[in-house]
Design a binder for this molecule. Structure first.
Ligand code: FAD
Length: 300
């Protein structure tokens, strides 16, 4: 990676990931979060899509509302696992009718969950690279794909992961968004190997501000993200200390981003978990200005 000589927040680009709400309360929380985070003017936001189409209706409804009622440039995630090509194209048609022109194209986890044996649908797309090619044939969309700095749990090795990322890039992906990670050295090694393999698309680190360490460890175990011992140490003894825990969580994510910036990265995808306070605290620590603050500053 190229190196930067100073910690500089100018020119940093951010995107936010949300998931579709499953209840009225969750719906209210999502839209409150969206309203709060819109002041940060992300490059784009994305809404996840349950593998096998399990969240098709709520994902569609959320992306439609984001496209038509918020200032966000919005991407919909899309998976192809367990679907025929025709099924996948019917879903793409529904997203296009809702105004979607950006996709995060994914294979998706097998029905048994991460790590269970994956069988491509006999009449479907076998992996995300094939889905990217199909989307490219359909139109001039902006397409993001996944990347795994610590290797996808199903992969033989990192080389297999890099091969798959290369196929996705060659088939027309515009950028890769990574699985969340806390080991910046692992990201840098992966990034360097991808560049050495001729992959030129941006590889955007996925940053997970830690809302709940116990829950995060469950996710991390399932998706192959390592939890460094220093993370446990930072949160040690804070189970009951809500405010201190939130402060540490914001510090940890901001420090991770600042370290990646020193390594030459200026684009970050934040997993919001549909909550705004911690994400905003991270961005404040980076010295980013909310749109309203920037306007007030200019008027002063
Ligand atoms: P691919 O890119 O096709 O493959 C991923 C890796 O797995 C490859 O690099 C390859 O090395 C390995 N691999 C794949 N198939 C095989 C095989 N048959 N044998 C051996 N190795 C194999 N999931 C959702 O359900 N909905 C979402 O909205 C969603 N959003 C995500 C967003 C991001 C940024 C990321 C990083 C992941 C997301 N996921 C989502 C999770 C993703 O669907 C799973 O990780 C899934 O298991 C793989 O999908 P993929 O598109 O990464 O697969």
């Amino acid at each position: 990676m190229s190196s930067r000589s100073e910690t500089c927040n100018d020119g940093i680009r951010i995107s936010f990931e949300f998931f579709p709400p499953k209840s009225e309360e969750a719906e209210q929380q999502l839209w409150n979060t969206v309203a709060d985070l819109s002041d940060w003017e992300p490059e784009f936001v994305s809404v996840t899509y349950g593998a096998g189409g399990s969240t098709k209706a709520p994902t569609l409804s959320a992306v439609r509302k984001m496209i038509h009622e918020t200032p966000f440039t919005t991407a919909s995630h899309l998976t192809c696992v367990g679907a025929t090509r025709e099924d996948t194209h019917r879903v793409i048609d529904e997203f296009l009718a809702a105004g979607v022109r950006r996709f995060v194209a994914l294979r998706g986890d097998p029905p048994g969950g991460v790590g269970s044996a994956y069988q491509p649908h006999p009449g479907g797309y076998a992996n995300a690279a094939e889905l990217v090619a199909a989307l490219r044939e359909r139109g001039d969309f902006d397409i993001s794909v996944s990347a795994y700095p610590e290797k996808h749990p199903e992969s033989r090795d990192t080389a297999a992961d890099i091969d798959m990322l290369k196929r996705k890039a060659e088939n027309g992906a515009d950028r890769a968004l990574t699985q969340f990670f806390f080991d910046n050295d692992a990201f840098e090694r992966y990034h360097d190997r991808a560049r050495a393999a001729g992959i030129k698309i941006p590889i955007v680190p996925g940053i997970m501000p830690i809302q709940n360490l116990t829950q995060l460890k469950r996710f991390a175990g399932a998706c192959g993200t390592s939890i460094p011992s220093w993370l446990d140490e930072r949160f040690d003894g804070l189970d009951e200390a809500v405010e201190e825990r939130a402060r540490v969580a914001a510090d940890v994510a901001a420090e991770q981003i600042q370290d990646l910036m020193r390594r030459g990265i200026d684009e970050f995808h934040l997993y919001t978990m549909n909550r705004s306070a911690l994400v905003s605290a991270v961005l404040e620590r980076l010295g980013l200005q909310r749109k309203v603050d920037a306007r007030a500053g200019a008027a002063a």
